[in-house]
Design a protein around this ligand. Structure first.
Ligand SMILES: Nc1ncnc2c1ncn2[C@@H]1O[C@H](COP(=O)(O)OP(=O)(O)OP(=O)(O)O)[C@@H](O)[C@H]1O
Ligand SMILES: [Mg+2]
Length: 286
């Protein structure tokens, strides 16, 4: 079964000369965290806007819960939660008033806003007007707004961007908690560490095209061999050397140092997602 089934999708913004999304296909299974990893301008947010039913002027097929997005009804929004790249709130309302207002738009039961605000460390600022919030505070508020109605499908556009490490950690833990609850999650990011930690599968996206899709683990294992960097004492001086993991047994320097007990350090260096991204696309992530 597929929650999302995208086939050969193209999208051109009215003001643009060329297509921004150029023939994208992928599917997402229930309970999966599926990531879009790509540099600025790759088309991540555009793809998310197609999936959330905001941009409907696409060519190709985008089926979510079996419904073509061109024909979605407002019921769709009862089942999805969207954390926007630039969350919009009513600036003259407090955070609590905003959450209560957005909760009132859903027909089903919603979560307690106090609990949600506590989870992301905003409870002491719940009574402050959102116009006085910092970017990071708005990001955290935007994240919990997406969870208000306990949706089964979540779209998170760069949820940790601009957050300090402690708050990013809280959000990442909450994302993994949503997964454990059985939610399906689409995450866009240009942070390879987030993609590696959170995603079951990640799509490399650049210039509106998906270059590859696989699990972060499989991607890191593919292509280049893992390197081993070691150092050892030679005539009283520390000497560094590097070789492929698969060639370690054949490295005479390494074997000699191992036997003589003169090894001083050894590190394996797996290919990172960014290394592979550069190898496949010729582009950096940041
Ligand atoms: N409303 C629009 N009209 C015309 N072009 C647009 C519009 N919105 C985005 N674009 C263009 O489409 C391309 C993809 O933009 P998009 O926002 O999807 O990238 P992104 O991968 O989300 O980048 P970022 O990491 O910076 O958020 C960019 O070249 C952008 O300038
Ligand atoms: Mg974006």
């Amino acid at each position: 079964m597929k929650v999302i089934d995208v086939e050969n999708v193209y999208l051109k913004y009215p003001s643009a000369k060329e297509d921004t999304i150029r023939g994208i296909s992928f599917d997402v299974r229930p309970g999966e965290i599926f990531g879009f990893l790509g540099p600025s301008g790759a088309g991540k947010s555009t793809m998310q806007k197609i999936l959330t039913g905001t941009l409907r002027d696409y060519r190709g097929s985008v089926r979510i819960f079996g419904t073509e997005m061109k024909h979605r009804t407002s019921d769709y929004y009862e089942n999805i939660g969207v954390d926007f790249e630039f969350p919009n709130f009513y600036g003259k309302f407090t955070a609590m008033e905003n959450l209560k207002y957005f909760a009132s738009l859903y027909s089903g039961k919603t979560m307690d806003p106090v609990t949600l605000l506590e989870r992301v460390g905003l409870h002491l600022d719940a009574g402050k007007k959102v116009s006085s919030y910092s970017k990071g505070m708005k990001m955290r508020l935007g994240f919990v707004r997406a969870l208000l109605h306990d949706p089964k499908l979540l779209f998170l556009d760069e949820p940790t961007s601009g957050l300090d490490p402690a708050n990013a950690r809280i959000l990442k833990d909450m994302i993994l908690e949503q997964k454990r609850m059985g939610k399906t999650i689409i995450l866009t990011t240009h942070n390879m560490h987030d993609a590696k930690e959170l995603c079951d599968r990640v799509a490399f996206i650049v210039d509106g095209v998906i270059k590859t899709v696989d699990s972060p683990h499989a991607l890191c294992k593919s292509g280049a061999d893992t390197k081993v960097e070691y150092s050892y004492l030679c005539n009283g001086r520390e000497t560094k050397s590097i070789c492929n993991l698969s060639g370690l047994a054949d490295s005479q320097d390494f074997q000699y140092a191992l036997k003589e007990g003169t090894l001083t350090s050894i590190h394996s260096k797996e290919q990172t997602l960014e290394d592979l991204f550069i190898a496949l696309t010729g582009r950096r992530l940041q």
